[in-house]
Design a protein around this ligand. Structure first.
Ligand SMILES: Nc1ncnc2c1ncn2[C@@H]1O[C@H](COP(=O)(O)OP(=O)(O)OP(=O)(O)O)[C@@H](O)[C@H]1O
Ligand SMILES: [Mg+2]
Length: 360
């Protein structure tokens, strides 16, 4: 049974703040995944801390969070790969701890790291998985032919996997995860490291596959645009905890303000942030450094007018200014107090040491 997500995603069910007792209870659609008060501890460290949510059949559900939030740990528990410390998870109606084999038969899993065998051809990689999952010999060829079409790799079927681009390898892995026709598909950061065109290709593929194969899909991501474009509902995870859960539209509607103004000034005064806060309709102001401010407002045009007038009066020059609708970035800041971008820069950041003899 496939849910009508468009009608559920119209923002009517606002109130995104997570209330701690699982996902919204729109009754008719059965749950493909039910996670209740799940905890994972590594020694004294709690990687996943009392998380509960449901995923409806036919839904694309996103776990969104920065590095180390606990996304992969959650996926590993739901897919029977690591033991659960406390709480329960049911996948396709089976308890992951009591009936792991039944869970494994119902799911496809694409781990975060690329794991196809580089020395085998595309078709050989698919064949090995089909045999591993006991896909009968007489349907194997047809299943692989169909999947190669779905992921647009038919003409590469005899190519060695090491000759494929990153995007093509991801698509091969998506096909590989589907050879045994699972009902529920788990993908851990399916587009990390891909160029923008390949990312969009993967999103389109997943949307088509969901529709044509009646799949439930759970993905993890730290890309806001990916979560926004692809997911019916998003759970924001931070430091092992679920901090918000709803459709992208409802999450954005739950943040005070409807527009975000990003503005850079040349010679802002010390009290400038305070002054920005005092402008009409402003709900919050963040100083991003280097004269750059992010201003959330309930009325973008009125605040912009006030902002420009105030700058002219104070002799402060506006270097750049943009007004947009609220994004998931603002949602993340609202619920966690930090920007996901900053978290990622911190995690991936590498500062090149200066060339010997050169002053930085
Ligand atoms: N086997 C382990 N032993 C100890 N700590 C672990 C182990 N696996 C994960 N952790 C810790 O648990 C936390 C959550 O890790 P996890 O890999 O689930 O995060 P993530 O959200 O998937 O991050 P990323 O975006 O980097 O993949 C991190 O602090 C990580 O260091
Ligand atoms: Mg991970």
């Amino acid at each position: 049974m496939i849910a009508d997500f468009n009608s559920r995603n119209n923002g009517a069910e606002a109130g995104a703040g997570f209330d701690g007792d699982g996902a919204s209870a729109s009754a008719a659609v059965p749950n493909a995944i039910e996670v209740e008060h799940i905890v994972k501890k590594y020694g004294d460290f709690t990687a996943v801390n009392d998380v509960s949510f449901d995923v409806k059949e036919g839904e694309i559900f996103g776990l969104l969070g920065p590095n180390g939030a606990g996304k992969s740990t959650l996926i590993r528990m739901m897919t029977t790969l690591i033991p659960i410390t406390a709480g329960t998870a049911r996948v396709a109606g089976h308890d992951v701890q009591k009936e792991p084999d039944a869970v494994r038969r119902a799911i496809g899993v694409i781990p975060q790291a690329l794991t196809s065998d580089l020395d085998l051809t595309v078709e050989e990689n698919l064949n090995i998985y089909a045999k591993l999952y006991d896909v009968p010999a007489k349907t194997r060829k047809q299943a692989i032919d169909e999947l190669l079409e779905v992921v647009d790799l038919t003409k590469w079927r005899n190519s060695q996997t090491k000759t494929l681009s990153g995007g093509m390898r991801r698509r091969l892995e998506i096909a590989r995860g589907l050879v045994h026709s699972p009902r529920i598909f788990f993908l851990d950061e399916p587009t990390t490291g891909l160029d923008p065109v390949s990312r969009v290709a993967v999103w389109e593929m997943l949307t088509n596959i969901k529709k044509n194969r009646q799949l439930t899909i759970l993905i993890t991501t730290h890309y806001m645009d990916e979560a926004d474009r692809l997911c019916d509902r998003i759970a924001i995870v931070d430091h092992g905890k679920l901090v918000a859960l709803d459709s992208p539209v409802a999450l954005k509607a739950s943040v005070p303000g409807t527009n975000v103004i990003e503005v850079q000034f040349d010679n802002a005064t010390a009290d400038w942030e305070e002054k920005l806060r005092g402008l009409s309709d402003v709900t919050s102001v963040q100083h991003l450094g280097a004269g750059m401010y992010r201003v959330l407002t309930g009325n973008g045009s009125r605040t912009t007018t006030g902002l420009v007038e105030m700058s002219v009066e104070a002799g402060v020059s506006v270097k750049s200014l943009s007004v947009q609708n609220t994004t998931l970035d603002d949602v993340f800041v609202h619920y966690t107090g930090r920007q996901l971008r900053d978290e990622l820069v911190k995690a991936y950041g590498f500062v090149m040491p200066p060339r010997p003899g050169v002053q930085p």
